[in-house]
Design a protein around this ligand. Structure first.
Ligand code: FES
Length: 86
């Protein structure tokens, strides 16, 4: 049975028809759209964001998305990014 927090399956089912849609840290149930303004306000880098919110610090599957969010300001992703080493 797949891990219930796996981004792949859970992330695609809400959009239906198999479209990739990743918009949150599943483990902490936090939307990237909510995390980004917080990160900008506090000047967080990825490590600081992880430390303050716990996002990216559990299963870690959202970590590449958080990294890209901080770099580009994107909060909705339609592609699966490769997992980062723990
Ligand atoms: S989805 Fe597991 S730590 Fe974010």
């Amino acid at each position: 049975m797949p891990h219930p927090n796996a981004l792949g399956e859970g992330a695609t089912s809400s959009a239906g028809r198999g479209a990739v849609r990743v918009d949150r840290c599943i483990c902490r149930d936090r939307l990237f759209a909510d995390l980004l303004p917080q990160a900008r306000h506090h000047g967080w880098d990825l490590a600081a964001l992880m430390g303050a919110t716990g996002c990216g610090a559990q299963c870690g599957l959202c970590r590449p998305y958080l990294r890209r969010m901080l770099e580009t300001g994107e909060t909705l992703f339609h592609e699966l990014l490769p997992a980062e080493p723990a």
